[in-house]
Design a binder for this molecule. Structure first.
Ligand SMILES: CC(C)(COP(=O)(O)OP(=O)(O)OC[C@H]1O[C@@H](n2cnc3c(N)ncnc32)[C@H](O)[C@@H]1OP(=O)(O)O)[C@@H](O)C(=O)NCCC(=O)NCCS
Length: 161
């Protein structure tokens, strides 16, 4: 299996593009590797069929290594999920994915974007802060871990101009 470095060496680059129905198995796999309550293929199929849902995949070389999905309502949207395959994290790839996704939301007329993030999820918080999101609320014990632990959620918002 090629590492990200050898893929880069052989000309691999990150490409962000709309996900299609052919991606659902891979998207479910990526989601399952990132969240303890993983979404299945059917969930992704359903989202791809919805006109108000925007789903982008991040390809690196020939491999899909991440995705971002959000749901729009009038001029607002909520980021439902964003994830990068564990072995490709920490290399700044999520930033392009998120910013491109936000650009497409803006192109669809979205003016305000919300999201929820677990308070201790430092990489995600850092990603969102650097992309211009600000904390606008906090929900105590919003998430329940597999071991029963309850974690707080932060509600974040960004206005697109
Ligand atoms: C959140 C996620 C998409 C970020 O992707 P990534 O490729 O790891 O992100 P980046 O490499 O761009 O790093 C993002 C920022 O977090 C920082 N960071 C990375 N790991 C960190 C850690 N363990 N602790 C603190 N900060 C960290 C990076 O330095 C970077 O900040 P910077 O731009 O100021 O340097 C990825 O970690 C992931 O898929 N996580 C699991 C799914 C998830 O939690 N999604 C968000 C749900 S709301």
């Amino acid at each position: 299996m090629m590492t990200w470095l050898s893929e880069l060496w052989s000309g691999g680059k990150a490409v962000i593009e709309p996900a299609t129905i052919r991606d659902t198995a891979r998207l479910a796999q990526l989601h399952g590797a990132s969240f303890h309550r993983g979404w299945g293929e059917a969930e992704f199929e359903r989202m791809l069929a919805e006109r108000n849902t925007l789903l982008h995949r991040l390809r690196f070389g020939r491999k899909t290594i991440g995705f971002a999905v959000s749901r729009m309502a009038a001029d607002e949207a909520e980021i439902l999920s964003i994830a990068i395959e564990p072995s490709y994290r920490g290399r700044g790839l999520s930033r392009d994915l998120l910013l491109t996704h936000l650009g497409h939301l803006a192109g669809r007329g979205v003016r305000t974007i919300f999201l929820e993030v677990e308070e201790n999820n430092q990489p995600a918080r850092r990603l969102y802060e650097r992309a211009g999101f600000a904390i606008v609320g906090r929900r105590e014990r919003y998430y329940r871990q597999a071991d029963g632990e309850q974690l707080n959620a932060l509600l974040m918002r960004r206005d697109l101009s």
